[in-house]
Design a protein. Structure first.
Length: 451
């Protein structure tokens, strides 16, 4: 391909993107939507959110358990494994589905071509999760847990989450924020319930039977979710090209790429390390788990309300507000709690984080759909999903490496200062990038209050 061919391809890409703007998307008529279809896709995604994302949000219970001597006595870890906090964190970061999301740029443009095969793909994801938990139940070292509860479960989780989540808003064109709010409210409900269930199971039947129980229950629930899944809606025009370099050097897309990198890097840190942090400032093991449950619990009404509100005031506006709240709470409440060992301040942080931590997942797809248009929705969201997936994989291990390397029993609040400052600094940068996106959007498409 010579220079003229490259230039022609870039011009065609720019033309596709400009024709897919929100001002022209009314001409791209989608297939009619029935109420049955809406209930099916909403039920499917809610079951996935409750089971998969709920377990991801409650991984802090496993993180704390694997750091205690009970896991060594049960034989799932060796004594030498317990000091490898960053590696233990990798189980959770691999298990959140980021391993599949990394490749979103390559497969998202082709999702509209899946058709009825979407149910078979989701069934594969469900089988991988059940298999991962089942094999992890027989673990005798950290490497096996990373490979099974981490990689296998993560591959299944990624298939289910990153295939179904972008499809959901297409079936709710006028209420996409509320629909995704409902999905992630079920994730918060799952996170709340799983914290109590896992804590109780680990105390009564032990780690091996707990993992076996998760293998059975996830296999059953996620098989139902797979059967209910629906393919992407059909539109008159869909771009099935992988985005090129021209997209990445666009200032608006570059700013959104930074946001899609930062939020997954920071999103789960307060939840994964919550129980350990709570214990380090004087809370009991049980109270630490309860605080994690509070974090998830306040998100149940919070995500429904923020999804509904985002449809009113604009998805981008909602995301900016939530990012600002998260950043302020990190600097003012979490950092202060670490430096003073004040449990009350940390309770405030848990409430603030619980209210806003689901906003990114709830509104980001809808915000990008408005900014990119229907035709370019899957190619561009695939690119940002790849960035997001990378951040999900590396985020928790980075934070885990920043925590002081001492045994769990010796941790103090100020041992968490570095990951807290890291979180606050990244969130501040993310807020600045969102403000830049808002300004660029107004410059290109005119100022709109609700955006």
């Amino acid at each position: 391909m010579d220079f003229r061919d490259i230039e022609k391809a870039q011009n065609e890409e720019r033309h596709r993107e400009s024709s897919a703007s929100t001002d022209n998307k009314a001409d791209n008529t989608g297939a009619p939507i029935t109420r049955t279809q809406q209930w099916r896709i909403l039920s499917s995604t809610c079951l996935v959110a409750f089971t998969v994302i709920g377990l991801t949000q409650s991984f802090g219970v496993f993180q704390a358990h694997y750091g205690r001597h009970e896991s060594v006595r049960a034989g799932v870890l060796r004594q030498s494994d317990q000091s490898q906090r960053a590696m233990i964190s990798t189980i959770g970061s691999f298990g959140n589905g980021g391993l599949v999301a990394i490749f979103g740029a390559f497969y998202y443009p082709y999702l509209p071509k899946l058709g009825g095969h979407v149910r078979s793909v989701c069934a594969i994801g469900a089988a991988l999760i059940a298999l991962g938990f089942a094999i992890a139940a027989g673990s005798r070292n950290l490497a096996t847990l990373v490979g099974c509860q981490g990689v296998l479960v993560g591959l299944g989780a990624g298939i289910l989450i990153y295939v179904l989540a972008p499809i959901l808003p297409e079936y709710f064109p006028q209420r996409s924020g509320l629909a995704q709010g409902a999905m992630f409210a079920f994730a918060a409900l799952g996170g709340t319930i799983w914290v109590f269930v896992l804590t109780r199971l680990l105390e009564t039947i032990g780690i091996r039977w707990t993992l076996g129980f998760l293998a059975v229950i996830s296999g059953v629930v996620l098989s139902i979710a797979s059967a209910l899944a629906l393919p992407p809606r059909k539109f008159e025009t869909r771009c099935t090209h992988i985005v090129g370099w021209q997209t990445f050097i666009d200032p608006m897309f570059a700013s959104l790429a930074v946001v899609n990198l930062i939020h997954p890097l920071t999103l789960a840190i307060p939840m994964v390390f919550g129980p350990e942090f709570a214990e380090s400032i004087g809370a009991s093991v049980t109270r630490g788990s309860y605080l994690l449950a509070i974090n998830s619990g306040v998100g149940i009404p919070g995500r429904l309300c923020t999804g509904w509100l985002a449809d009113k005031i604009g998805h981008l506006n909602m995301l900016m507000f939530a990012t600002a709240v998260y950043a302020i709470a990190t600097w003012a409440l979490w950092l202060s709690a670490a430096m003073t060992s004040n449990v009350g301040l940390y309770v405030g942080m848990c409430v603030c984080h619980g209210l806003v931590n689901g906003v990114f997942n709830t509104v980001m797809n809808s915000a990008q759909k408005v900014l990119f248009g229907t035709e370019m929705y899957y190619p561009k969201i695939g690119a940002t999903t790849s960035i997001r997936g990378l951040a999900y994989v590396i985020g928790i291990p980075i934070a885990g490496a920043l925590v002081s390397k001492v045994a769990d029993e010796e941790l103090q609040g100020d041992d968490f200062v570095r990951p807290i400052v890291y979180t606050g600094a990244l969130l501040t940068l993310s807020l600045l990038c969102l403000m830049n996106v808002r300004w660029l959007d107004a410059k290109r498409n005119g100022w709109k209050l609700a955006r």
